[in-house]
Design a protein around this ligand. Structure first.
Ligand SMILES: [Zn+2]
Length: 443
């Protein structure tokens, strides 16, 4: 008797844990799965930030028959078919359902964590099936039984855009601080690469105690976080660097980040052609060559990195050379506007072709040790009008124009409104954050 109770008790407890684990797993997938690009939503003035701009599509079909609903989430290795069959639906019904469903949904889009809902009538006939991808819950696919036929369509559910603020203090690095605050790594990537990429080196500059404040958009369906919108303002106050970035559109559709005085934070060249910071050899007009064993100029910067590390272009341009070139080994050379060229040497793999147009930070190849190299590293050169210049000095100038005088008053107004939002929170929180919906208090 006692033994039986113990089994029952632990069974119930384990069951609860399993359920909790499933729910936790799903909710963390919701927040961490917010990997959708931040360019998703157009910038809107702060006053309109809470407006849900999309109409609700697909009213529920009226079902007079007594019905029941089955809801389930797909587990790892699960398929829709396996999951539905476990509910013993007749296979001919399922066949017809799939014909309609897979006209819209590609089987490759089916992922663990996705969930579905089936509405069946009293004769166990499927009347409606709704499939919701967990990464894009605003885009469910609905299949309805209409006059004996299944008809599928994709819905676009309205997203609510909330403007929130977040303040973190850096303990060791930016992404740890942001994940400790309960936000996803998408945010730290955008802050480090897209917003401050040209002015703060987040592998080298941060010091313990530095502060970061952001005002940013989060998109919700009901109370469920779906993904991030734009970061409207970011303020970094550190021991080595202090920078403000304000998102602003000086002309139609051209959103970009500007500092407090309206100077663009965008640069023609990003700091580095890869995600490592270890410079193994600096630019020099005269140095001892480790392979040739004699004095030779070193007209570039060497980054030590494991073979296979991704290499990207530092500015947009056109591929002028892609292939083997003597001591350079596998080389990519790119021509940029204003008389600039860049070279990326000793690659193990090249993924672009001559003549191809490339964007800033587009992947062009992988680190290797081809040509005259003692070990895997990237040799990176910048040439201006035929003369080599030191790549470590390139980022001092800005190529994107500052905000024009006639827009400056508007810019300052928007900047101050966002700074006001940021100032509403406590300023010196250690290792945690305030993340407060502010839609109602926006100016
Ligand atoms: Zn080199």
């Amino acid at each position: 008797m006692r033994f039986g109770f113990a089994i029952w008790f632990w069974g119930v407890l384990l069951g609860c844990f399993a359920l909790m684990a499933l729910r936790l797993g799903m909710s963390s997938q919701h927040s961490a799965g917010a990997a959708a690009p931040l360019g998703e939503v157009a910038f809107t003035p702060a006053a309109e930030a809470a407006v849900s701009e999309l109409p609700f599509v697909g009213p529920p079909i009226p079902l007079d028959d007594p019905t029941r609903t089955i809801a389930a989430a797909l587990g790892r290795g699960d398929s829709i078919d396996r999951s539905l069959k476990s509910h013993r639906f007749p296979s001919d019904q399922l066949e017809l359902l799939y014909q309609a469903l897979y006209a819209i949904l590609s089987p490759a889009q089916v992922k663990p964590g996705d969930y579905y809902e089936v509405v069946v009538d009293s004769s166990d006939v499927i009347r409606r099936f709704r499939y919701t991808p967990h990464r894009t819950p605003d885009r469910p696919i609905e299949v309805e039984l209409c006059e004996g036929q299944f008809v599928a369509h994709q819905l676009q559910l309205p997203l609510e855009r909330r403007v929130e603020r977040l303040e973190v203090r850096i303990e060791n690095n930016l992404s740890n601080a942001i994940s400790k605050a309960g936000e996803g790594s998408t945010l730290s990537d955008v802050i480090a690469d897209d917003i401050f990429g040209a002015v703060i080196d987040f592998q080298r500059d941060p010091r313990r105690g530095d502060r970061l404040g952001i005002v940013f958009e989060k998109l919700y369906i009901d109370e469920h976080f779906v993904r991030y919108g734009h970061i409207l303002l970011a303020q970094y106050e550190g021991e080595r660097v202090t920078e403000l970035a304000v998102r602003y559109a000086p002309s139609e559709g051209e959103d970009s980040y500007y500092n407090a005085s309206g100077r663009s934070l965008g640069r023609m060249f990003v700091l580095k052609p890869l995600g490592v910071n270890r410079i193994t050899s600096h630019f020099s007009r005269q140095r001892f060559h480790p392979v040739l064993k004699k004095q030779r100029p070193h007209l570039g910067t060497d980054y030590g990195a494991p073979t296979g590390t991704l290499v990207w272009t530092t500015a947009r341009g056109e591929v002028a050379y892609a292939g083997w070139k003597g001591g350079y080994g596998k080389l990519v050379e790119i021509v940029h506007p204003n008389g600039y060229r860049t070279r990326y040497a000793h690659l193990s793999k090249i993924v672009v072709r001559k003549g191809q147009l490339v964007q800033q930070k587009e992947i062009i190849g992988k680190v290797g040790a081809t040509g005259l190299a003692t070990g895997p590293h990237l040799h990176y050169e910048i040439i201006k009008d035929g003369h080599h210049i030191n790549p470590e000095h390139i980022n001092r100038g800005s190529a994107i124009p500052s905000i024009a005088d006639d827009l400056l008053a508007d810019f300052v107004h928007k900047r101050d409104a966002l700074l006001h939002v940021l100032s509403l929170g406590p300023r010196h929180l250690a290792f945690h954050s305030t993340s407060t919906p502010l839609t109602s208090s926006l100016p």
